[in-house]
Design a protein around this ligand. Sequence first.
Ligand SMILES: Nc1ncnc2c1ncn2[C@@H]1O[C@H](COP(=O)(O)OP(=O)(O)OP(=O)(O)O)[C@@H](O)[C@H]1O
Length: 227
Amino acid sequence: MPHIEFRGVSHAYGERRVLEGIDLELTQQRIGVVGANGSGKSTLARMVNGLVVPTDGTVLVDGLDTGKQGAAIRRRVGFVFPDPEAQIVMPTVAEDVEFSLRRTDLTQPQKSERVREVLERFSLGDHHDHPAHQLSSGQKQLLALASILVTEPAILVCDEPTTLLDLRHSRKVTQLLESLDQQVLLVTHHLDLLAGWERVVVIDEGRVVADGAAAEAISFYRRLMGA
Ligand SMILES: Nc1ncnc2c1ncn2[C@@H]1O[C@H](COP(=O)(O)OP(=O)(O)OP(=O)(O)O)[C@@H](O)[C@H]1O
């Protein structure tokens, strides 16, 4: 498994300090991150692929410094945003997935084959030539995942990828995340989706307040939230 390491990480947006003294070594395959709104989860997740560089401390992915080796980090770490609409860049479903392969050395037939395979895997095989913007929200979320995973990153970071989805689609996306060979870091408010995950990190007001197997960490978080 890849190795994500936060060493003495703090972060401020201007004067506002949003993460404080984070030390984490993440080597499990399925890692959840939970916490109240505004607690710093997205900031932490964005640090893993260098979208946010910490104001103090270092984030390392397999020994690469996210602040200094951005291009190598982004090849290794795929990032799925909460709004799949924002990730659609090409007119059709297949073109959108293929766009992710533009910087590879694959030949056109190899790219087409790779796109076909990934669309089948994500239940989008029948939508190959459909306008991407006309997919349902659940299908757009699957498309966003397909477009990232087609590049075969070692790590997949997903920031609330199920917020737009009904329960059935959330389950489908979660099952898909659970079936991947990749290391997955999932930020979510849907606590039931993390049942059985190897590790769950609870963030509160910018600090790690619980960290362990899903059942214990989630029950700590429920108590913290008074739920
Ligand atoms: N680009 C930014 N500029 C200024 N402040 C920001 C920026 N991004 C986030 N913040 C602030 O940092 C704090 C943490 O935000 P973050 O998005 O990391 O929290 P979160 O735990 O993911 O929240 P949510 O569950 O609501 O998505 C919030 O107070 C937010 O307003």
